[in-house]
Ligand binder design. Structure first.
Ligand code: HGY
Ligand code: MN
Ligand code: MN
Length: 413
């Protein structure tokens, strides 16, 4: 019979609210960009909390943090659980954070009860999951599995020209351990759904079976700066008009391949961005996603066909490059079953689903059996300062995480 280890919901909630002050915003969200001073503060807090329960904390040379609790047989690769502590510029209190602090709560419970696992257990905080400051997303977990080289990650620059490597050094989290050297026996990631399905169906737990495919692109449109007063409409090369028409086309591609497709332009930079200059250059990003890679190919082809159709008549030139592509991922059936067992044991309703958002688990699945657990968020809202997951929903996620980890660990003994 599975031991009945009960997490402490209040302690979890207090940790979530306490760490929300690192980058906390007036609207109740969090701005904690990766490798910022706020990220350093929450990392310091996390390391102290893990060491306070006897974990040893290691850091690799991409800043990934590993808090380890020994088990009965430390020759076994660890069962890991975790997520990320960095946020979007207008992020919420729960995206990523619930996965790391829910894992901490599970570890605190094991410590309090003196429960000895077969395998060692580790909590992981992955660097730069969001990809907002340094694109692409899931950068450090991607390096961990060999999807990117460490030097590629080090070279990535934010929009102010600051490099990942320099910022990692600056906050003091460039560890000695070579990234990817550490072996994992399994990885469980607790996360808010970031969509409306669980709330809509009044289900508490999402049993996540995989993650949809994602592709990111960068486009630079070039026209000609000109005087807004003295330049006739027929003689202009207005890069912003070209970008605007492409934004419409990309939205139409999303709708064409809906309901499973999504297509978004989220970042636009206009140069010189002056009210009386016809914009001569526009930089924008494209985010395409779908559970089926063959459909993603069609969406990509449609986007690439639209570019010259839009730009040529406007006498504009353009550069487009794909900077990221992660195919659809399927998680490990044996770990998915542990999540189902964990939810049943705790008495929570559940439903299977594929993740719309990307997560570090999408990469870790390449090197270890991996799965995810979702809990609802109000209105499905995320990447928004109003992001909200309740006390009970956070507790449910952490309890199922602990139950699932123990269920898997018992298969090793
Ligand atoms: O982009 C994503 O899906 C993740 O939130 N970084
Ligand atoms: Mn996340
Ligand atoms: Mn996110």
């Amino acid at each position: 019979m599975q031991p009945n280890l009960q997490i402490n919901p209040q302690r979890l909630w207090d940790s979530l609210m306490d760490t929300a002050r690192f980058g906390g915003t007036e609207k109740g969200g969090i701005r904690r960009l990766t490798l910022s001073d706020e990220d350093r503060q929450v990392r310091d807090w996390f390391r102290k909390a893990c060491e306070a329960i006897g974990c040893t904390v290691s850091i690799d040379d991409c800043g990934n943090m590993f808090a380890r609790r020994p088990g009965r047989n430390n020759d076994l690769p660890p069962i890991a659980m975790g997520s990320h502590l960095d946020t979007q510029p207008t992020g919420g209190k729960f995206d990523g954070v619930l996965g790391v602090l829910g894992a901490l709560e599970a570890m605190r419970t094991l410590h309090d009860l003196g429960y000895e696992t077969n395998a060692p257990i580790e909590i992981i905080n992955w660097t730069n999951e969001e990809g907002s400051r340094f694109a692409p997303a899931m950068l450090a977990s991607g390096v961990f599995v060999g999807a990117f080289s460490r030097d590629f990650a080090y070279s990535r620059e934010d929009r102010d020209g600051k490099a990942f490597e320099a910022e990692l050094e600056r906050i003091g989290y460039r560890g000695a351990e070579p990234v990817g050297q550490r072996k994992l026996g399994a990885f469980f990631e607790l996360h808010i759904e970031q969509g409306p399905i669980l709330e809509d169906e009044a289900k508490m737990i999402g049993v996540v079976t995989g993650v949809q495919g994602v592709r990111w692109y960068e486009v630079t449109v070039t026209g000609q700066d000109a005087h807004t007063g003295a330049t006739p409409m027929r003689l202009r090369k207005n890069a912003l008009v070209g970008a605007a028409r492409m934004i419409e086309k990309i939205d139409a591609i999303g709708h064409h391949f809906a309901p499973d497709a999504v297509a978004t332009v989220g970042l636009v930079e206009v140069k010189p961005n002056s009210r009386n200059v016809v914009p001569g250059e526009v930089f924008f990003t494209i985010d395409l996603r779908h559970p089926d890679d063959a459909i993603l190919d069609k969406m990509e082809a449609a986007m690439r066909a639209a570019l010259p159709e839009v730009m040529n008549p406007l006498k504009l030139t353009f550069e487009e490059k794909r900077i990221w592509s992660n195919p659809a991922v399927r998680f490990a059936p044996e770990l998915i079953e542990c999540v189902r067992e964990g939810a049943r044991q705790a008495g929570y309703s559940m439903r299977e689903m594929v993740s719309g958002a990307g997560h570090d688990a999408a990469y870790i699945a390449r090197v270890a059996p991996t799965t995810m657990i979702f809990v609802p968020c109000a209105g499905g809202l995320s990447h928004n300062e109003a992001e909200s997951t309740s006390f009970d929903e956070c507790a449910a996620g952490a309890q199922v995480l602990l139950n699932a980890v123990i269920a898997h660990d018992r298969t090793l003994g």
